[in-house]
Write a protein that binds this ligand. Structure first.
Ligand SMILES: [Zn+2]
Length: 282
C-alpha cells in the first residue's frame, strides 16, 4: 500500500513538474534583449557638495583619501578613492518608513521586488506654473484614470511638477518669500489616501524636497510624509526628468544601497519606456 502511494505521489509530482516546465521560460535573457531595445530615462540627479537639500541638513563633505598621483590623496596614492559624508536624505533619495515612523521598515527591509514597478506619472506641471503652492487633487487622478484606466496595484506613482527644472538652484527650489514662507507644490491627503488605500500602490515620488507643500513645511507640518511612511511604504524625493517619460506604460526601476537599519540613502531611479530606443542612455 505504501509503495503504491509512493508511485502515485511520484506520478503526480512528475505531471506537476512537467506543467511547471511548460509554463516557465527556460531563460529570461530574451526579456533583457527586449527591454534593452527600449528607451531608458534616468530620473536621478547626480549628487555632490552644494546641491539643494532640506535646509536642516548640513552640506556634503567629500574627501579624496587616495589619488592616482602622490600629493593629493590625504592617505595615499595609486588609485582614486573618496570618503563621503552625507545626510542619508541626499540628492535623489529613498525615504523608508522608519525615517518618520518608529517601528516601521528600514531600508534593508524593503524587498527587492518593490524596486521594479509600473510607473504612473500624474502631470500637474501646468497647474504649478500658475500656482506654486499647488497640491494635487482627485480631479488630476480621475482624469489620469479616465485616460489610461485604473492605476495598477503595486505601482510607483510619480507626481510631475517640473520643479526639478529649478535644480541645481537651492534658492529656486525652496522659493522663499519675504516673510520666510517657502512656496513649492506638494501632494494632498485625499490623493495619497486614495493611492495607498484604494489603489494599493507600492511607492510614490516627487521632484521637490518634501511630500508636503512649502507652505506646510514652513510651519513644520510634515503630515503628508508622515502618512506615506506610516503606511509602511517608501518614497523617493528629488526626482528629475519626469517630463521625458509617458504618463502610462513605462517601468520604474528604483534602487538604493542596503545599510542595515538605514533611515535614508541616495537612490538611482530610472524608467524603461515602451518606445523604441533612439540612442545610448544618457
Ligand atoms: Zn526625504
Amino acid at each position: 500500500m505504501k509503495a503504491m502511494f509512493t508511485v502515485i505521489l511520484l506520478f503526480v509530482s512528475m505531471i506537476t513538474c512537467s506543467l511547471c516546465v511548460a509554463e516557465s521560460p527556460a531563460s529570461l535573457w530574451p526579456v533583457v534583449d527586449m527591454l534593452q531595445s527600449r528607451e531608458f530615462v534616468d530620473l536621478t540627479h547626480c549628487f555632490k557638495p552644494g546641491i539643494p537639500h532640506w535646509p536642516g541638513f548640513e552640506d556634503e563633505l567629500r574627501t579624496t583619501t587616495f589619488y592616482y598621483d602622490e600629493g593629493i590623496g590625504s592617505r595615499g596614492k595609486g588609485f582614486l578613492a573618496h570618503k563621503y559624508e552625507i545626510p542619508g536624505q541626499w540628492g535623489t533619495h529613498a525615504d523608508p518608513p522608519a525615517h518618520f515612523v518608529r517601528g516601521k521598515r528600514f531600508l534593508d527591509e524593503i524587498s527587492v521586488k518593490e524596486m521594479i514597478l509600473p510607473l504612473v506619472v500624474i502631470d500637474v506641471s501646468d497647474k504649478v506654473k500658475t500656482n506654486r503652492d499647488y497640491q494635487i487633487t482627485m480631479t488630476d487622478v480621475s482624469l489620469w484614470e479616465a485616460r489610461h484606466g485604473r492605476i495598477p496595484a503595486k505601482s510607483f506613482v510619480a507626481m510631475r511638477t517640473d520643479w526639478s527644472k529649478r535644480w541645481p538652484s537651492a534658492e529656486k527650489m525652496q522659493n522663499i518669500d519675504d516673510s520666510g514662507v517657502a512656496h513649492y507644490p506638494g501632494w494632498s491627503q485625499e490623493v495619497l489616501s486614495y493611492l495607498y488605500e484604494e489603489r494599493d500602490i507600492t511607492a510614490s515620488g516627487h521632484e521637490t524636497t518634501d511630500t508636503d507643500p512649502g507652505v506646510s513645511t514652513s510651519k513644520g507640518d510634515y503630515s503628508l510624509e508622515t502618512y506615506v511612511l506610516s503606511r509602511n511604504k517608501y518614497q523617493i524625493e528629488l526626482l528629475t526628468n519626469l517630463d521625458k517619460v509617458p504618463e502610462h506604460g513605462a517601468i520604474a526601476v528604483v534602487t538604493f544601497p542596503k545599510p542595515c537599519r538605514g533611515s535614508g540613502f541616495p537612490a538611482r531611479v530610472f524608467a524603461i519606456l515602451p518606445s523604441a530606443s533612439a540612442g545610448p542612455v544618457e
